[in-house]
Design a protein. Structure first.
Lengths: 117, 109
């Protein structure tokens, strides 16, 4: 299957700083990538859809100025959490859509655990 | 709005088949049924998907009812490593994957 990687796998930062998370499709080109957030004991919540070469589409309630998404190439999307606060501590997961004839499967990265102190 | 309904939790004996049900009574004609699972602290893993025919791969089988309002994921010989949260999602080619609460499957020795 298609492989999606994320870096870093975990990060600890101080309140007020910014953190960048990378999502890469390793063996395919992804015109569309997605960013999810998951709090403990909860399901994944879609944050935004990232399209290569265009602006991301954010879900209702997600602050676009706080969660900056850049999808500059067909294999890389980045999520920057700006001015992070403890409530931003969460498990961030990206996925990439694999276009195949008839269906669009999504493959997920291993996730990045962010802890803001 | 949740488009699928799954039991909150299920247990299965190791070596036995695990049958995970999913109701999707409002599924549209162009929507596929996808199954993913998430093992603790990892990203979701793709299992299988289908439109209306039953599907089988090396991981599982997917049985979709004729009216497409429900489906069952079958793990033929569950192992302890199959313990995870299993998500049933309906989506068409233009939409993203939106996760419900899923079913927490516990495989017991």
């Amino acid at each position: 299957g298609a492989v999606v990687s994320q870096h870093p796998s975990w990060v600890i930062c101080k309140s007020g700083t910014s953190v960048k998370i990378e999502c890469r499709s390793l063996d395919f080109q992804a015109t569309t990538m997605f960013w999810y957030r998951q709090f403990p004991k909860q399901s994944l919540m879609l944050m935004a859809t990232s399209n290569e070469g265009s602006k991301a589409t954010y879900e209702q309630g997600v602050e676009k100025d706080k969660f900056l998404i850049n999808h500059a190439s067909l294999t890389l999307s980045t999520l920057t959490v700006t001015s992070a606060h403890p409530e931003d501590s969460s498990f961030y997961i990206c996925s990439a859509r694999v276009p195949r004839t008839g269906t669009y499967e999504q493959y997920f990265g291993p996730g990045t655990r962010l802890t803001v102190t | 709005d949740a488009k699928t309904t799954q039991p909150t939790s299920m247990d299965c004996a190791e070596g036995r088949a695990a049958n995970l049900p999913c109701n999707h009574s409002t599924i549209s004609g162009n929507e596929y049924v996808y199954w993913y699972r998430q093992i603790h602290s990892q990203g979701p893993q793709y299992i299988i998907h289908g439109l209306k025919n039953n599907e089988t791969n090396e991981m599982a089988s997917l049985i979709i009812t004729e009216d497409r309002k429900s489906s069952t994921l079958i793990l033929p010989h569950a192992t302890l490593r199959d313990t995870a949260v299993y998500y049933c999602i309906v989506s068409n080619n233009n939409n993203d994957m939106r996760f419900g609460a899923g079913t927490r499957l516990t495989v017991k020795p």
